[in-house]
Design a protein around this ligand. Sequence first.
Ligand code: MN3
Length: 265
Amino acid sequence: MSEANPVSRRDLVLGTLPAVGAVAGLLTGTGLLARAAAIADEGAVDNSVKTLLAASYQNGAYTLPKLPYAYDSLEPHIDAATMTLHHDKHHQAYVDGLNKTLKAMADLRAAGGEINAPLLTGLQEDLTFNGSGHLLHSIFWATMSAQGGGEASGAVGDAIARQFGSFAAFQAQFAKVSATVKGSGWGILAYEPVGDNLLILQVKQHDLQTVFTAVPLLPLDVWEHAYYLKYKNVRADYIKAWWKVAHWPAVDAAYQAARKAAGHA
Ligand code: MN3
């Protein structure tokens, strides 16, 4: 699978990936065909966060990954105009800001002599702001889908029920955390590998109030640019709509990969 061009789940299901199409063509009987499609589908879901993150750095620079679906795919919950501006303009700005910051830091080092402390402090802020902004958006796109919604499934569903008491209790806390971010920020379900724990984070901007080692699994962007065109000032309505596109299979795949990497699975 090309990392620069994530293959959409729909493309895989429809068998447009050459290898899948060839295999499907050799099979006789709808049962085998369905199984081939299911395997392709599972692969796409497993790789969704991974694929978007892989497309977020190419050839020595941070890059804007393509959306893994059409801009209007999440309608009516998230409108096409918001998705277009959000991905093409806002996310792009974080990518550009991150690359520019790294270049400015390299220039500062190359200049030699005494480093200008206020200049460096500003660049450090730009680094975490744009760096976290870029990578959180990549995960945000990957964990939404027109096929989303419902309760958490798989191993992450079990862990949520165990650690938060129930899916409903998790959902209530996550929604409240997201609704009450002061100004711009994120509600994030994260996996903390040292304690093998799930955490809900209330992140300000893109980078404040987080926990080192925590891996973001399900980030919800509650900056006004994420909802204002459609939902105006009513952030709570946007959050309610977003649950309908939250893509739990992608979250579960990311959770299982993070646990495995930490030696807990
Ligand atoms: Mn945003």
